[in-house]
Ligand binder design. Sequence first.
Ligand code: PEP
Ligand code: MN
Length: 338
Amino acid sequence: MVIVMKPGTSQEEIHRLAGQLEEQGLKVGITNGVGCSILGLVGDTTAVDMDKLSINDHVERVMRVSEPYKRANRKFHPEDTVVRVGDVKIGGGNFAVMAGPCSVESEAQIIEVAEDVKASGASLLRGGAFKPRTSPYSFQGMGVEGLELLLEARAATGLPVVTEIMSPKYCELFEEKVDVVQIGARNMQNFDLLKEVGKMSKPVLLKRGLSSTYEEWIMSAEYIMSEGNENVILCERGIRTFETATRNTLDISAIPEVKRMSHLPVIVDPSHSGGYYWLVEPLAMAAVAAGADGLIVEVHNDPACAKCDGQQSLTPKHFDQLMDKVRTLTALTGKTIN
Ligand code: PEP
Ligand code: MN
């Protein structure tokens, strides 16, 4: 961190501030230039309050020269993190596809879709039991009952399950029952939830918030990791832009850039990104080409009657065709599908 002092600040004031910072365990180097002085801070500056420094009467400007995230930072962990879910690996050259309906709707539905996506090559089953809906009058998910149905589908197919948690009160239940805990886009900055999920032993799928920067997204991963859970999978799911023809805008740059900033795996959700079934395949292909470590795709056995997100759901047949293309393209990227 670098602090630029206002022109004319006395040496006494400069040394007073330097002393306060040294009390926080930092080393402070003072450079006196023509007209202004600069303080260079060395050490762990994560806890330094930049806002407090900025309002100091003698301070002109405060700049961070290193990122505020440490555990998720590739600088301190150059090799890719590989997240393991049973035998499935995600990251570090391993590519995995998660597929299933937006919401669990019935035993027959989830088992049928699970069997279909497994036959096409998916390695995890997705399905929402607790749904974060924009309207309180929309279907809210089957809750705990839906979770039990997901487990039936897991028993029938062997596919590990990924499902969204919306409240810390369910952490114990999710710890016991699910394989991957999903944090939805709307909860990316629900810091209490992130901290509780950080105490769990299950891998976490952390979706990017609707309007979040890469740094904010990685800082949310840092919340989870700072509590001890280092198994975080980042998921780009499209962001809010001025475009209204698509539900969201898939930010392709997020894949290479976030992988440069962090060692965590980055997967893509082409379903929520585009919001229409005809966009899923092209967006999925773009994601694979840009280096994604996996995909999470909504598949429904009867999209026209789906209780949630039918318009963006693939039929099992279309998903099967998508998987053929994904396999071909993944081979070109040098990644192994599992
Ligand atoms: C979902 O995966 O069904 C979902 C609600 O996604 P998001 O949080 O990305 O909107
Ligand atoms: Mn959905």
